[in-house]
Design a protein around this ligand. Structure first.
Ligand code: MN
Length: 227
């Protein structure tokens, strides 16, 4: 096959303990999946359930640096557990969902919070706040056959050594199984799809020169410096 212009490269993540890589399809992101974070953003988690938005696959980066993006003065970090699917389908039951998971990674849902707030106010889509270049730094993927399916354990983020986010995966409103079930009722999930499973409370701004360190027990670490 030949193309009229060079085809875009396949986006992929390294796999821990392997020379093979995980190819990335779509990136589904859940919003307001930790009650305390929903409240810090001004919402009532009992009245407004989580919801989904997307980032483009080419927002993925392994770092170790990201460039401060244009058109914002309020770049925020959101540490998140990332799920990689090895298979998919529609109408997947929660009790069957984890068999579709290849592995897990530590990710950052970087957000131009000022632009996102403007879009929210005007009832417009969020892409300008969420889906810009290098907005999804991600660690290597750990296969579930090695790490299991983490449903509890610490998730935290430090900026320059100071703890900013600190929670437990068990605090999620929708666990990974129910996120997969929910998404598969709306979309045909496919191998390579990623799910960013939401961030706990403590989100905040990061400046040029600062170093973020995100950690999830049993999954790994991600260290990214903003330049
Ligand atoms: Mn997020």
């Amino acid at each position: 096959m030949s193309f009229v212009i060079p085809p875009p490269p396949t986006v992929s993540l390294p796999v821990t303990g392997s020379t093979e890589r995980f190819p990335v399809g779509r990136i589904f992101c859940v919003g307001r999946n930790y009650a305390e974070h929903a409240r810090e953003m001004g919402h009532d988690p009992d009245k407004e359930p989580p919801f989904f938005f997307m980032k483009s696959a080419d927002t993925i980066t392994s770092g170790p640096t990201i460039a401060y993006p244009p058109q914002t003065s309020d770049l925020h970090f959101e540490a998140e557990l990332v799920v990689g699917l090895k298979s998919g389908g529609t109408m997947i039951k929660a009790e069957d969902a984890l068999q579709h998971v290849y592995g897990y990674a530590v990710g950052l849902d970087m957000t131009r919070r000022d632009l996102q707030a403007q879009m929210k106010k005007m009832g417009r889509p969020w892409e300008v706040g969420k889906s810009f270049e290098q907005s999804a730094p991600c660690s290597p993927m750990v296969p579930a056959v090695k790490t299991g399916h983490p449903s509890r354990g610490a998730i935290w983020l430090d900026v320059d050594g100071k703890r900013r986010q600190n929670a437990d995966l068990a605090d999620m409103i929708w666990d990974v199984s129910h996120q997969i079930a929910f998404l598969s009722a709306l979309f045909e999930l496919k191998p390579g799809d990623l799910i960013m499973t939401g961030t706990p409370a403590g989100v905040g701004a990061v400046a040029r020169g600062e170093r973020m360190h995100a950690h999830i027990d049993g999954v790994g670490d991600l260290e990214i410096t903003v330049v």
